[in-house]
Design a binder for this molecule. Structure first.
Ligand code: AMP
Length: 426
C-alpha cells in the first residue's frame, strides 16, 4: 500500500516509525513531516488546509490510505473530503470531530447520555457567564469552546481570575474558538488518558498512558501540550478500564451512532479519577502527543491493519497485542516554551543518545539544514525508552537526554515520578 500520513510532530514521527515497519506498507509519505520523520517517510510540502492539494497528491501518487495525525485537519473535514474523492482515510468526519472541536458539543453529549463529567453551562456572552461564576464560586474552570492549541483552558483559583478569563475569551484572546465559553466545576483527583480505537460501533481500548502537562518539575507552572508521558498508567487498573469503557467510551459511541455520525478513529478521553469515579474532562479526536509515542513503542501488533479495520468498520474481531515493558518519554523543548522561544538553534549528540539501550528518539519539531538538526518548534524532541520497570525506562531516557548537546533546550527531570513512587511502594 502507498500511505500518506498528515502532520509534523512527535506523534506523527512515532506513527511513521510504526507504519514504515508494517509489511503492508510499500511507500510512506508524510506531509509536511520533520527531520526525524524524513528517516521513515518521504516528506512532502503540502498545505494541510488545502484539501484539494492533498487529494491531488493522493491521486498523483496512488495513495491507498491516509492517516490523519492532528486535530485541525480533522475538524476542517479532511476525512470527509478525502473519502468523497474515493480515498480511504483514518480519522473522524468533520461532524464527529466536534467531540474535540467543540467542548460544548461534548458536554451536551455527556449530559444527554448521562456520561460522568464536570457540571457545566455554555455561554455566548460575558455577563451571564460572570453571574454563573459568582454564583458557583471558585475554584472554577473556564474553557474556550473551540480549538485553541491546548491553551483554551483556565483553571481559576479565584473568582477574579475566572472573570478575567471570561473577558479575555470574549475579547478574542483565542480568536473564534472563544466566541463561546464553557464554564465548569473544578474536579479533583488524578488525571489519566484513555485511548480507544473506534470503528463507529466497536471500541478497542489501547494501552493506558499518563502524561505530564505542566512545564516544571513537580507538576508546577503553566500548562503545555505535554512534557512527558509513560505507559502503562498504573492508576488505570483493569477494573478502572472496564468502568471507563462502560460509563464513558461505549455510551459515547452509541450516542454518536444514534446521531447518524458514527465515530471512527482514535477516541482519546482525558479523565479525572475522582472520589466518585472516573469523569470525562475532555475528548480528543486523535492520538495524544506525547502519549502516542509511548503507545507506539509498546504496540507489538502491526498498526496498519488496525487503522484500516477501524476505517472499514470491522474492528469487532480485532485484537491488539502489547509488549509488557514500560515505555516512557521525556519531551525536550526550546527554552521559553510554552511562552516565546527561539527557532533554528543547533542540536547535537542525537546518535549517541539513540545508542542508549532501549532508547528511541522521535522528533517533534526539527528541520535539517546543511547536515545539522535545528530546533523548529516549542516541543522539539521526544526521548523515549522501554524498560522492565518505570524506574528503568526513566533512567534510560535521562541517560539519553544527558548525551544530547543543545544549549537552548530544556526538559523536566521527573517524568514518571508518580509511577516510580508507586513502584517503590509495591
Ligand atoms: P483540557 O484541555 O480540557 O484537557 O484541559 C487542560 C487541563 O486543565 C486538564 O488536563 C486539567 O489539568 C485541567 N482541567 C480541565 N478541566 C478541568 C476541571 N473541570 N477540573 C479540574 N481541572 C481541569
Amino acid at each position: 500500500m502507498n500511505i500518506l500520513l498528515l502532520g509534523s510532530g512527535g506523534r506523527e514521527h512515532a506513527l511513521a516509525w510504526k507504519i514504515a515497519a508494517s509489511p503492508l506498507t510499500d511507500r510512506l509519505y508524510c506531509a509536511p513531516g520533520n527531520a526525524g520523520i524524513a528517516q521513515e517517510a518521504e516528506c512532502v510540502a503540502l498545505d494541510l488546509a488545502d484539501h484539494a492539494a492533498v487529494i491531488g497528491f493522493c491521486k498523483d501518487r496512488q495513495i491507498d490510505f491516509v492517516v490523519v495525525g492532528p486535530e485541525a485537519p480533522l475538524c476542517a473535514g479532511i476525512v470527509d473530503d478525502l473519502e468523497a474523492a474515493g480515498i480511504k482515510a483514518f480519522g473522524p468526519t468533520k461532524f464527529a470531530a466536534q467531540i474535540e472541536g467543540s467542548k460544548g458539543f461534548t458536554k451536551d453529549l455527556c449530559r444527554a447520555n448521562k456520561i460522568p463529567t464536570a457540571a457545566y453551562e455554555r455561554f455566548t456572552a460575558a455577563a451571564p457567564a460572570k453571574d454563573y461564576i459568582r454564583a458557583r464560586g471558585a475554584p472554577i474552570v473556564v474553557k474556550a469552546d473551540g480549538l485553541a492549541a491546548g491553551k483554551g483552558v483556565v483553571v481559576a483559583a479565584t473568582i477574579e481570575e475566572a472573570l478575567q478569563a471570561v473577558d479575555m475569551m470574549f475579547e478574542g484572546g483565542h480568536g473564534d474558538a472563544g466566541a463561546e465559553v464553557v464554564i465548569e466545576e473544578f474536579l479533583t483527583g488524578e488525571e489519566a488518558s484513555f485511548f480507544a480505537l473506534c470503528d463507529g460501533a466497536t471500541a478497542i481500548p489501547l494501552a493506558t498512558a499518563q502524561d505530564h502537562k505542566r512545564v516544571n518539575d513537580g507538576d508546577q507552572g503553566p500548562n503545555t501540550g505535554g512534557m512527558g508521558a509513560y505507559s502503562p498508567a498504573p492508576i488505570m487498573t483493569d477494573a478502572m478500564n472496564a468502568r471507563v469503557m462502560h460509563e464513558i467510551i461505549l455510551p459515547t459511541l452509541r450516542a454518536m451512532a444514534a446521531m447518524g455520525a458514527p465515530y471512527k478513529g482514535v477516541l482519546y478521553a482525558g479523565l479525572m479519577l475522582t472520589a466518585e469515579g472516573p469523569k470525562l474532562i475532555e475528548y480528543n479526536a486523535r492520538f495524544g502527543d506525547p502519549e502516542c509515542q509511548v503507545l507506539m513503542l509498546r504496540l507489538m501488533s502491526d498498526l496498519v491493519p488496525a487503522l484500516i479495520a477501524a476505517r472499514d468498520g470491522v474492528l469487532k474481531n480485532f485484537d491488539l497485542r502489547w509488549y509488557p515493558e514500560v515505555a516512557l518519554t521525556v519531551v525536550m523543548a526550546a527554552k521559553g516554551y510554552p511562552g516565546t522561544y527561539a527557532r533554528g538553534t543547533v542540536i547535537e549528540g542525537l546518535a549517541e543518545a539513540a545508542a542508549v539501550e532501549g532508547v528511541e528518539i522521535f522528533h517533534a519539531g526539527t528541520r535539517a539544514e546543511r547536515g545539522q538538526i535545528l530546533a523548529n518548534g516549542g516541543r522539539v524532541l521526544n526521548i523515549c525508552a522501554l524498560g522492565g520497570t518505570v524506574a528503568e525506562a526513566q533512567a534510560r531516557a535521562y541517560a539519553a537526554v544527558d548525551r544530547i548537546r543543545w544549549a537552548d533546550g530544556f526538559c523536566r527531570r521527573d517524568i514518571g515520578w508518580r509511577a516510580v513512587a508507586r513502584e517503590r511502594e509495591s
